[in-house]
Design a protein around this ligand. Structure first.
Ligand SMILES: *[C@@H]1O[C@H](CO)[C@@H](O)[C@H](O)[C@H]1NC(C)=O
Ligand SMILES: *[C@@H]1O[C@H](CO)[C@@H](O)[C@H](O)[C@H]1NC(C)=O
Ligand SMILES: *[C@@H]1O[C@H](CO)[C@@H](O)[C@H](O)[C@H]1NC(C)=O
Ligand SMILES: *[C@@H]1O[C@H](CO)[C@@H](O)[C@H](O)[C@H]1NC(C)=O
Ligand SMILES: *[C@@H]1O[C@H](CO)[C@@H](O)[C@H](O)[C@H]1NC(C)=O
Length: 637
């Protein structure tokens, strides 16, 4: 790799060794750039359909966009759109730079530390390093030797270090019209093209692809036998530095350099380079600016380099020009919009994707709800949380309320579940525990065990202005924080929260049914709780019709600015023990049905004898959207 200027001497010998018959019918070459006897060529792709009018055909048959030939960008897999044979006679417009092999690129792309010409002539230009190799009538070799100007790029090596016949020395050189320009940029006699002897130092005047045959050749120039030149130390790289590791270690190596880059820059190329016989590698290491990729667990990153477009794993540090394709990590995260690509440009990412925790979805196997209050199945209300009171003596847990999981640690419930009306204060957090993924009411049930996750509570927060019954259960909402994070599983999924008013109005219209669940008292079962989670679908009622359907004595519990109503008079309702449970409405957005939490069960009127739930009444729910600020102090999407 790093020897190209000494390698070129080997080329002629190799060609002498093999004189292989060239089989046209095996060629993948289209006739278009073979300037000899095209009619004689039978080519494989003949019978295949043409590329469309705005496409260009690569040698291997691939169609690429038109104008993609000789623009410095390799579009064909086989590189056939950027070859010397194809591009060598191109004339470049003003304000473009001509790569040595013939492609035209934007003039501004030269010396910008980004290789644009496949032969790198845009970056190897001496002026990129502030050098001027022509001084008066002389040309300056790398080692300082001066040779006559005319000997620069004339197909014959004159510099002892070979520099006068390199891509770098010949960059920007245009040959006389009667001359033949070699692939590396040198100028030789026009007769030299395909006449059977190699005149260009790189053999390009006798290339098979150019001449259409393999030619027996004899070397015209002997490798120079001058004394082995010494190396000159190169300039320090931009945004980095090298140190000399060793000097004159062997007879052949003059220097060994070790490169490092400044922070925020990454080395492209080998960190150690050596100089052999006065020659540095053509491609010296470079320091390229990098972007830090702070990987978020919700996002899957896939990196591609601008040039190769092959996907690979991303590193923490990625170089300029890297493109990152992002997607949300399924099944626990999603994005309602398509995520943009991230581009690393001058040390900064062009965008930062955001994935939202998956929420409000049901596991695929759960069947549609039955409208009558019915026993739930596992996963039917995967955000439902059981809230339990611990009995310090018996060590038993008693289910007292419900709640809704909104993050892996946060449960939304009702304030009155934790409120002591006598002291007008919250009960101690250590009295409570929460469980998710459960189907059975009992704290421990063997059938629950594979799915249940349980935790103590570290904190309970209720609005400052919560006063219990004194203020008719206004502000009846509580944020309950589990001491141990829950793991999202098939039967443990948080419910969605959305505070957009328009969207809320779409979901909350009269008659639209929301899903509620609970272990509370069930219809007709006097005083006994349901042993199994029960689910009901309650129709929403707006404030007016809710008041109309509620007895005047109880209507003051439907506090106007923070409650919503749901239910009907036909024999289904939530009940004691269901308090705090969620009321969630489904919506389908880009094909995915999700449930959005709209209410938290607060109050429902008892029957006249105060013993059984009144199933012929509406339930009031704390409106979640009214507590956006309160919730967002602890929760963020
Ligand atoms: C092209 O091929 C024909 C026969 O195949 C031959 O007579 C002719 O000389 C060739 N032309 C060139 C320019 O080589
Ligand atoms: C090919 O052309 C070069 C340059 O004109 C000339 O020196 C060389 O002798 C030619 N070779 C043959 C075989 O004619
Ligand atoms: C990189 O090097 C260039 C040239 O020395 C300098 O102008 C630029 O500020 C450097 N960039 C950083 C981020 O250090
Ligand atoms: C040259 O360097 C190599 C590796 O750094 C070492 O193994 C070798 O002994 C050295 N030779 C001389 C002559 O210093
Ligand atoms: C209130 O209820 C009565 C019957 O009880 C009904 O006629 C009336 O239309 C209702 N009003 C509203 C606003 O729902």
């Amino acid at each position: 790799m790093w020897c190209s200027s000494s390698c070129i001497f080997i080329v002629p010998f190799l060609l002498v060794l093999e004189a292989i018959a060239f089989h046209w019918h095996q060629s993948h070459m289209a006739p278009r750039y073979i300037n000899r006897n095209a009619s004689a060529i039978r080519y494989k792709r003949e019978e295949e359909p043409e590329c469309s009018y705005n496409e260009w055909r690569c040698n291997d048959g691939l169609c690429v966009r038109i104008n993609s030939d000789c623009d410095g960008i390799i579009d064909c897999y086989d590189g056939s759109d950027e070859t010397f044979e194809l591009c060598r006679n191109r004339e470049c417009d003003p304000f473009t730079f001509r790569c040595n092999y013939g492609a035209c690129i934007d003039e501004s792309a030269t010396c910008n530390n980004k290789q644009q010409c496949p032969d790198e002539s845009d970056e190897l230009l001496p002026r990129c390093r502030g050098e001027n190799i022509i001084e008066g009538e002389k040309m300056k070799c790398r080692d300082g030797q001066m040779i006559p100007k005319e000997q620069r790029c004339d197909g014959i090596v004159n510099c002892a270090d070979g520099f006068d016949e390199t891509v770098a020395a010949c960059a920007e050189l245009r040959c006389q019209s009667e001359q033949f320009q070699c692939e590396y940029g040198g100028c030789v006699d026009g007769q030299a093209q395909c006449n059977g002897t190699i005149e260009c130092i790189d053999g390009s005047d006798e290339k098979v692809e150019l001449c259409g045959r393999r030619i027996l050749v004899r070397p015209t120039t002997e490798p120079p036998t001058t004394a082995v030149p010494r190396c000159e130390l190169p300039k320090q790289p931009l945004n980095g530095s090298y140190s000399v590791v060793s000097e004159t270690n062997t007879t052949q190596t003059d220097y060994v350099l070790s490169y490092t880059c400044d922070p925020g820059f990454k080395l492209v190329g080998h960190s150690t380079v050596l100089c052999i016989e006065g020659t540095w590698p053509d491609k010296m290491p470079r320091c390229v600016q990098t972007c830090q990729l702070m990987k978020h667990p919700s996002i899957v990153y896939e990196c591609t380099e601008e040039e190769t477009e092959k996907p690979r794993q991303c590193n923490v540090e990625e170089i300029d020009g890297t493109i990152v394709k992002t997607s949300c990590r399924k099944p626990n995260y999603y994005s309602p919009v398509e995520l943009p690509y991230m581009h690393c440009q001058q040390g900064m990412w062009s965008s930062g994707p955001v994935c939202t925790a998956e929420c409000g979805t049901l596991p695929p196997e759960s069947t549609p709800l039955v409208l009558r209050g019915s026993t739930a199945k596992f996963g039917e209300v995967p955000w439902h949380v059981g809230i339990y009171l611990k009995n310090p003596k018996s060590k038993k847990h008693m289910q007292i309320c419900g709640g809704s999981l909104i993050s892996n640690t946060i449960v939304l419930s009702a304030a009155h579940c934790f409120w002591n009306e006598n002291t007008q204060r919250l009960e101690d957090v250590t009295n409570y525990a929460v469980a998710v993924g459960k189907l059975y009411r009992k704290w421990y049930h063997p059938d629950d065990e594979p799915f249940a996750q349980k935790s103590d509570i570290s904190e309970i927060v209720v609005p400052k202005l919560y006063r219990g019954v004194e203020l008719y259960y206004k502000n009846d909402i509580a944020i309950v924080i589990a001491s141990r994070p829950f793991e999202y599983k098939l039967y443990v999924v948080p419910v969605c929260l959305d505070f957009n008013e328009e969207f809320s109005n779409i979901q909350l219209h009269n008659g639209n049914r929301g899903k509620a669940a609970g272990f509370g008292l069930t219809t007709g079962m006097r005083g006994s709780e349901s042993p199994v989670l029960r689910v009901i679908n309650l129709p929403y009622e707006n404030y007016e019709s809710c008041l109309n359907l509620t007895s005047p004595a109880l209507s003051r519990y439907i506090t106007y600015d923070d409650k919503i109503c749901a239910g009907s008079l036909d024999g289904e309702a939530l009940c004691r023990g269901d308090s705090g449970g969620g009321l969630a409405f489904p919506s389908s957005i880009s094909g995915q049905r999700r449930f959005y939490l709209r209410g938290i069960a607060s109050t429902s009127p008892p029957t006249n004898d105060q013993t059984v739930c009144n199933t012929h009444a509406l339930t009031s729910f704390t409106s979640v959207i009214k507590f956006e600020k309160f919730i967002k102090a602890y929760w963020y999407p």
